[in-house]
Design a protein around this ligand. Structure first.
Ligand SMILES: C[S@@+](CC[C@H](N)C(=O)[O-])C[C@H]1O[C@@H](n2cnc3c(N)ncnc32)[C@H](O)[C@@H]1O
Length: 283
């Protein structure tokens, strides 16, 4: 089936890959169409939706995010009806945002929870999913004039893609799904990035964030994949620490324009790395 251009990320997510997409595509293994696509840190899913593989395993530690994917797949009509109920008003925003601090949250259906995440993502400041250490959504109201809360064409296209292909949706730690992969898989890894400087961190969107020990654990998992002959491509920030960790592999440096402070107001060009354990001669 031909690719559908409407199949695109339905949420704005920290570390979205659109800017470095063409560099990633250039570095994919040449036999990618023969391999099962595995993306353990799916986030907004930019590469998955760009490639639209027929068979894929996607995972994220963020259960609320994976619930949104599942509801788009299984309950699209109810989701669209629920999204239409939302109001782009500060008072309404803060009321809905505060739900995860109350017992009422447990009573919400999967559809209502997914609808809430999409609404908050479209109307909050900078449109990012951000939670505090207790896992509570804490981004402020964004005051946008016309946020696209009910993006029906994209949601319908994503629903069709997820239902007409074999896409497994999983929530858990990346290492658990990688334990079961074989040489017939290709793994794209887009973990929380190692911060460029002390205090600048892009990791506020996942409870706890990632420290250097988390980065080292991931490199060890990559070493295991490599030993098993499983191809992987990994993106991260271009810091000495990351380049040192992966010095045994092919490293390409690419440039991206990103928010470079914690509230996302200041933007600048930053270097990122694409690391892989295979050649990319496109024969
Ligand atoms: C950089 S984002 C991915 C961005 C995404 N590729 C995109 O294009 O929008 C990293 C993701 O890793 C997830 N994550 C953090 N720790 C994880 C873990 N231990 N296992 C699996 N996913 C994790 C976060 O919830 C987040 O969605």
């Amino acid at each position: 089936m031909a690719k559908n251009n409407l199949v695109t990320p339905f949420l704005k997510w920290v570390g979205g890959k659109r800017q470095i997409m063409s560099s990633i595509v250039d570095l994919l293994p040449k036999d990618i169409n023969k391999l099962n696509y595995v993306e353990p840190f799916i986030g907004g899913g930019a590469l998955l939706f760009h490639l639209q593989p027929k068979k894929a395993v996607i995972n994220d530690f963020n259960a609320e995010l994976i619930n949104v994917y599942k509801v788009i797949k299984n309950n699209l009509d109810e989701l669209i009806i629920d999204l239409q109920k939302h109001k782009n008003e500060a008072e309404y925003f803060y009321k809905l945002r505060s739900l995860d601090r109350t017992e009422e949250y447990q009573k919400l259906s999967n559809i209502q929870r997914a609808s809430r995440i999409i609404y908050l993502n479209k109307t909050c400041f900078n449109g990012l999913y951000r939670v505090n250490n207790a896992g509570e959504f804490n981004a402020p109201f964004g005051r946008y004039k016309n946020p696209n809360i009910v993006n029906a064409p994209t949601l319908k296209a994503v629903n069709k893609y997820l239902n007409s292909n074999k896409i497994d949706l999983i929530t858990g730690d990346y290492a658990d799904i990688l334990n079961n992969t074989t040489k017939s898989s290709f793994i794209y890894l887009d973990p929380p990035y190692h911060p460029l400087t002390e205090g600048s961190s892009f990791t506020g969107y996942v409870q706890g964030g990632w420290n250097i020990y988390d980065q080292i654990r991931l490199r060890e998992v990559c070493d295991e994949l490599d030993k098993k002959g499983i191809k992987f491509l990994l993106s991260n920030s271009s810091t000495d620490f990351i380049k040192d960790q992966y010095s045994a592999y092919e490293i390409n440096i690419v440039k991206a324009n990103r928010s470079i402070n914690s509230n996302g107001e200041k933007r600048g060009e930053v270097e990122e790395v694409l690391i892989r354990n295979y050649g990319n001669d496109k024969k």
